[in-house]
Ligand binder design. Structure first.
Ligand SMILES: [Ca+2]
Ligand SMILES: [Ca+2]
Ligand SMILES: [Ca+2]
Ligand SMILES: [Ca+2]
Length: 481
């Protein structure tokens, strides 16, 4: 279960992060947070480290691209807004941590790679788009491409495929979602004044041909990655409009009829994080920027609402069992203050799934936008939460210092909600990691992106942990629990 931003959402969400760092230092002692002295059994070992300066905003995804039985990592890059930095889309060997291929994206990539085999060679291919144009080397942007998963070669270029029909001049693309034999993606809107409305596109994944285009009813900007689900045999798209300072609504859209079924407005700010759908229990959990946390049914009825005043939420929520009562609970991460100055504190909040009552909450560092991951590491029926934390926040004029900023990987115990494990990292953390046993040896792996590098850790012992929400937007990367 987890969180993200102006894309990233937070893969997507991070489009928003350009201006949020100010000088501040975080001292863990001040928070009263206990750092565990006994972590035996949970000492994740570093397997490899892959360095590339521009890594940091795009959350990774997994597929075995070289067919050696170990899943490989696909990630975008683009911490640097300006200048002639390389901003590649990369595939990294999961076994060795070496580069398999890269594709030069010119502009920044915040989105998470979407993976499906479109050329029918049994290897998943990579579909991903970029942020809007920036000063510097960017010439043609934004772009959205399908790349051959085997070698990174271009399969199609959205701009070329739809030449003469579609013009995409301004805002960037968010992460792609699949429904039936179609894909859906958004071109965010906003970013420029006057703010153009976001456009959402339905396209054919094999050719890149745009089949249909629509806008949200309020003509808003859309940073929230749509969560697509089938209900009563109809494909629905759930997404939010608005931004950090622009109000918006949560929409449920009927993709067949092309109409809005319902919407839920927030008065002051919008909806940036990607909403979560529980397909079996048929509920929605969505978080607004203004820290409104909503459990809804599929008709849009509010089952409960929790509001935390003075906080803003950009990350996607997650589900798990965190108290001794039956039923799934919620966990969210949120930041005190108003964007772009979230310097006071971050907070992780656990809520009872039936009532919305807060089970617990803890302060956990600064400017933390990565979404949480959920797994039961010690097999006690209570779910641990993994978060990436920034321990200092600076405003990096050009992000050159982002790679040396202090951060940490922290795991909270599901039962006590105390810190079970913590490891210091160097590098701003702004994307969501992955928890999965990528080589199927029974030992859980963590794939951790921080500014300037990607790290693989592995548990030393076979513990057979159950991973319920192992990457950005869940185990399938689609926002569905
Ligand atoms: Ca592999
Ligand atoms: Ca393929
Ligand atoms: Ca546990
Ligand atoms: Ca493993």
């Amino acid at each position: 279960m987890k969180v993200n931003n102006k894309g990233l959402f937070f893969a997507s969400l991070f489009i928003l992060l350009g201006g949020f760092f100010v000088m501040a230092k975080y001292t863990p002692q001040e928070t009263g947070q206990k750092i565990p002295s006994h972590q035996e059994g949970f000492q994740f070992k570093n397997v490899w480290q892959f360095s590339q300066k521009s890594i940091g905003f795009s959350s990774p995804n997994l597929a075995d691209l070289n067919l050696d039985g170990v899943e490989d990592i696909i990630i975008g890059s683009g911490i640097f807004e300006h200048g002639g930095h390389a901003r590649p889309i990369m595939a990294i060997d999961g076994k060795k941590g070496t580069l398999l291929w890269s594709y030069n994206a010119q502009s920044r990539v915040f989105a998470t790679p979407f993976l499906m085999d479109i050329n029918e060679d049994k290897v998943k291919d990579v579909l991903i788009g970029t942020d809007h144009c920036h000063k510097g080397s960017s010439k043609t942007c934004p772009g959205l491409w399908a790349l051959n998963g085997k070698n990174g070669e271009l399969l199609w270029d959205l701009r070329k495929v739809n030449e003469g029909f579609w013009k995409g001049d301004v805002p960037g693309f968010n992460t792609i979602s699949k429904f039936g034999d179609r894909i859906l993606f958004g071109q965010s809107g906003g970013g420029f004044e006057p703010r153009p409305p976001a456009r959402l596109f339905i396209a054919h994944p094999k050719t890149g041909k745009i089949l249909k285009e629509f806008k949200a009813e309020d003509n808003g900007e859309v940073y929230s990655i749509p969560t697509l689900f089938k209900h009563n045999n109809v494909w629905h798209a759930l997404f939010g409009t608005g931004g950090e300072v622009v109000k918006g609504s949560l929409y449920l859209y009927d993709l067949l009829k092309g109409k809005t079924l319902w919407s839920l407005p927030e008065k002051k700010k919008g909806w940036i994080s990607s909403p979560l759908v529980h397909s079996k229990e048929k509920f929605i959990f969505a978080t607004s920027v203004d820290s409104g946390f909503y459990k809804l049914d599929f008709k849009g009825n509010i089952l409960w609402k929790q509001k935390v005043e003075g906080f803003e939420t950009y990350s996607s929520p997650a589900l798990g069992n965190f108290d001794n009562k039956s039923g799934l609970d919620m966990v969210i991460t949120t930041a005190k203050g108003v964007w772009p100055r979230h310097i006071e504190e971050n907070r992780i909040i656990w809520m009872n799934g039936k009532t919305g009552k807060i089970i617990d909450s803890k302060v956990f560092g600064l400017n933390g936008y990565p979404s949480p991951l959920i797994f039961d590491l010690n097999n006690d029926g209570f779910d641990e939460v993994l978060v990436l934390i920034n321990l200092e926040a600076k405003y990096p004029e050009n992000f050159e210092i982002a790679g040396s900023m202090k951060s940490a990987l922290r795991i909270y115990d599901g039962k006590t909600r105390e810190v079970l494990f913590e490891k210091n990292l160097n590098g701003l953390s702004a994307a969501t990691p992955i928890a999965k046993d990528i080589d199927r040896n029974g030992k859980l792996d963590l794939i951790v992106p921080v500014a300037g590098k990607l790290l693989r850790f592995e548990l030393p012992k076979r513990t057979g942990p159950k991973v319920y929400w192992g990457q950005f937007r869940g185990n399938k990367g689609n926002g569905i629990f």
